[in-house]
Design a protein around this ligand. Structure first.
Ligand SMILES: N[C@@H](CCC(=O)N[C@@H](CS)C(=O)NCC(=O)O)C(=O)O
Length: 216
């Protein structure tokens, strides 16, 4: 099975399925395509009609879009363990992943994932609302599910994979969080596979100017 990803420093969507596969020790081959070099459309379309990464290639099956990829990995390789076991938790986990997938646009636009950088930014009020909402999600679910483990739904799940790129963003731009959200963010950033991703991102040299926001 192959997972096609972009630059680790910048590709927030790629991190999600990469982290799921890595954390659950599912064997896969990583193919990296540059988001900086010319010809993205042609290069990416050799893997999927979406012309975007990530893409999962499993024999003759092609799955694109990070959420669909994580769902497939969970069903095919994890016997559903990518999601919480209990139905209500599973519904909540899906809700916050869907929200992360479709919303928080101001945060996404103003704070591009840039793992290796430390930056200062003037944020819009819309981005501040997004940050407060994510802080509330992290605080609420870690507290509610703390009896079964330290992650959003106790055990590590797709929900944690979906918020790992946000933890990188908060770290890069020095975002102040509540105590509970900061504790969760630090835990996520210290997850061994997240550390491995950041180390690989730091070793990359390509620069994507539009994703270099803020001042050092
Ligand atoms: N909704 C998609 C978004 C994928 C996406 O936008 N990927 C970016 C890289 S992080 C990309 O391939 N950009 C290339 C382009 O848009 O030309 C997902 O969840 O996988």
């Amino acid at each position: 099975m192959k997972l096609v990803i972009g630059n680790k420093n910048y590709s927030s969507w790629s991190l999600r399925p990469w982290l799921l596969l890595s954390a659950f020790q599912v064997e896969f081959t990583e193919i990296q395509e540059s988001l900086a070099e010319a010809g993205i459309k042609e290069r990416f379309e050799q893997y999927s009609p979406s012309g975007k990464v990530p893409v999962l290639v499993d024999e003759d099956l092609i799955v694109w879009d990070s959420l669909a990829i994580c769902e497939y990995i969970s069903e095919k390789y994890l016997a559903g363990k990518g999601w919480p076991e209990e139905i209500n938790k599973r519904a909540e986990a899906r809700a916050i992943c869907a929200e992360m997938h479709s919303s928080f646009t101001a945060l996404r636009n103003e704070m591009p994932m840039n793992c290796r950088a430390t930056r200062q930014l003037e944020l819009s009020s819309a981005a501040k609302v997004d940050i407060a909402q994510i802080d509330a999600i992290w605080s609420h679910y870690t507290e509610k599910n703390s009896a079964s483990g330290p992650w959003l739904f106790g055990q590590f799940s797709i929900a944690d994979c979906f918020f790992a790129p946000v933890a990188f963003r908060f770290s890069t731009y020095g975002v102040a969080l509540s105590e509970a959200a900061q504790r969760y963010s630090s835990r996520l950033l210290n997850h061994q596979n997240v550390v491995a991703w950041r180390e690989a991102a730091q070793a990359e040299t390509e620069i994507i100017p539009k994703d270099e926001a803020g001042i050092e």
